[in-house]
Design a protein around this ligand. Structure first.
Ligand SMILES: [Zn+2]
Length: 105
């Protein structure tokens, strides 16, 4: 008997278990493919986050330089916030992707 990670809650369960004892996800004896699917889904989710943050980052930059003059007032605040959120969010998501890829299936 080996211990494996539950694909949904990531807690350690027996590889022979039919159902996760923590979150009641049914395993149906096909844990390997279930874990693989959830790994891929998580990767896709992280890629979507990367895309959202990148869009925010670019939108902030565009807003800042819109019309060839530097933004002022509320436009500057919106531009800087979306630029900063996009940038830090992108970095965090990249780190999460690296961490996620280290986890082998
Ligand atoms: Zn579980």
């Amino acid at each position: 008997m080996a211990l494996v990670e539950c694909p949904r809650c990531q807690k350690r369960i027996s590889s022979k278990a039919k159902q996760c004892s923590h979150c009641q996800t049914s395993i149906n004896g096909n844990l390997a493919s279930l874990a693989k699917i959830s790994h891929i889904e998580k990767s896709n989710q992280l890629m979507n986050h990367t895309f959202i943050f990148l869009t925010l980052f670019v939108a902030g930059a565009v807003l800042w330089f819109w019309g060839g003059e530097v933004a002022q007032g509320s436009r500057a605040i919106v531009a800087i916030s979306s630029f900063a959120i996009g940038f830090s969010g992108y970095l965090i998501t990249r780190i999460r992707i690296v961490m996620h890829k280290r986890k082998s299936v």
